[in-house]
Write a protein that binds this ligand. Structure first.
Ligand SMILES: *Cc1c(COP(=O)(O)O)cnc(C)c1O
Ligand SMILES: [Zn+2]
Length: 432
């Protein structure tokens, strides 16, 4: 039997039809979950694992549709079963590598650490996993304009997926001069209508929310619960790639807190379906300059703290009022999670270390890696525990913080040297 799907308020449990264009509860104003009655399929955990194994081993050349090659839609019955398959907009996305970072892990005291490199998605961040679902659903609903506020990666993904749908207009609101040049170039190249606002991300978020209330455009921030259904697959794909072994920890950088919420929701669903039989723990990590979720955690979540986010190299998580806080709090509690924070020096050192080991991860990803190191140092993560660090975007989208780090003279910096264009000068520079 096909499952039923609806929106469910995370605070008052009110239900709304999934076909409605909505990102909040009309009864109480809180966030919504997409709720599927997946047990209605009547399949066992074994059945699901066999189905997903079969799809995973299918030969790419035999696929007839891009979505058959997607690491998101491989799990399509659990992602958005109410979406007709022929309406899926896929590049395809997902299928990111799970790097066994052995030497890197050893440097930070972890013997079984893996890095799930979401920077290997089509627009070089995990946001593609959400956007394939959000844009497919927008197309299904017949929506013309899709919009988001962004710290740079959501806008790139929105622009890229909207570009796949004839007649769809992508609209992105960016905080002026607070995203990287590479991210801005992505939105422009993919053809989105791009507005650089003289405010920060939280200011852009406020304006785009007002805009979507006043006009018939579809909001594709992580506040939209349909979008983050795709991001659940990060945790699933990692577990699948580990041969169905559930890690002891997922370590995730936290900005607006949609991603850690999505990963947690997916894991709860697989627990209830019997696809997995034990809980991992979750660690959400923030940068000192943008640490409201960490501060709230430190109050035992008795207070929900917001702040003005400061300057950080981890600009994709420069957010002072995380929209998905209530959902992330729920997942941290359910998964016996912890929230940590790291300094600029720690995160840039971690970025440099990972890159030196050949892993091209960005400063935001490095927040998670530095957090894993800190939790190991504090004895919260055990030396031999199985740890999956989620790297959220590719280093190449963040070249200026990398250049600044290497010019800084900090430990681990590798600055370029200016040399005359002669053999003699090059020999001298190389000590030959
Ligand atoms: C969006 C983003 C994050 C944060 O994800 P949230 O869902 O906002 O917590 C982290 N890293 C990168 C590179 C991102 O683009
Ligand atoms: Zn409600």
């Amino acid at each position: 039997m096909a499952p039923t799907t609806c929106f469910r308020c995370v605070s008052c449990a009110a239900a709304f039809p999934i076909e409605e264009v909505r990102t909040g509860c009309t009864a109480c104003g809180s966030l919504l979950d997409v709720e599927h009655d997946l047990a209605a399929f009547g399949r066992s955990g074994d059945d699901w694992r066999r189905l997903f194994d079969r799809r995973r081993s299918a030969l790419p050349g035999l696929a007839t549709q891009p979505y058959e090659l997607s690491g998101v839609w491989r799990y399509r019955e659990h992602v958005l079963p109410c979406l007709p398959e022929e309406e899926i907009v896929s590049k395809p996305e997902g299928n990111t590598r799970l790097y066994p970072g052995r030497a890197l892990g050893e440097e930070i005291g972890l013997s079984r650490m893996f890095v799930k490199h979401e920077g290997e998605n089509p627009t070089l961040s995990f946001k593609d996993r959400g956007m394939t679902v959000g844009v497919s659903w927008a197309r299904h609903l017949g929506i013309r304009d899709v919009a988001c506020a962004s710290t740079g990666d959501t806008s790139a993904a929105l622009a890229a997926y909207a570009a796949e749908v004839p007649g769809m207009r992508g609209i992105v609101l960016l905080p002026d001069e607070k995203i990287t040049g590479e991210q801005l170039a992505q939105a422009l190249h993919y053809g989105a209508t791009t507005l650089a606002l003289s405010t920060d991300f939280d200011g852009c978020m406020k304006v785009v929310s007002e805009l979507s209330s006043a006009h018939p455009l579809y909001l594709l921030n992580s506040k939209n619960p349909v979008r983050i259904e795709g991001q659940k697959t990060i945790g699933w794909e990692a577990i699948h790639d580990l041969g169905w072994e559930v890690p002891d920890w997922f370590v995730v950088p936290v900005g607006n807190a949609g991603n850690i919420s999505a990963i947690g929701k997916g894991l709860r669903e697989w627990l209830s379906l019997g696809v997995i039989d034990r809980k991992p723990r979750l660690a959400g990590i923030q940068a000192d300059a943008a640490d409201p979720f960490y501060q709230s955690y430190r109050t035992g979540f008795t207070r929900k703290i917001t702040r003005t986010a400061g300057e950080t190299a981890a600009s994709a998580i420069r957010i002072g009022a995380p929209v998905s806080h209530p959902k992330a709090e729920r997942e941290i509690k359910f998964f016996d999670g912890v929230v940590g924070r790291v300094t600029e020096a720690e995160l840039m050192a971690a970025a440099a270390l990972a890159n030196r080991h050949g892993l091209a991860i960005c400063p935001n990803s490095a927040v998670a890696l530095a957090g894993a190191k800190k939790l190991r140092d504090e004895g919260i993560i055990g030396k031999d525990q199985l740890v999956v660090v989620v790297a959220t975007a590719h280093a190449i989208k963040f070249s200026s913080p990398a250049a600044a780090f290497h010019a800084s003279g900090a430990e681990g910096a590798n600055p370029p040297r200016k040399v005359d264009g002669t053999l003699a000068a090059v020999e001298r520079a190389l000590g030959l």
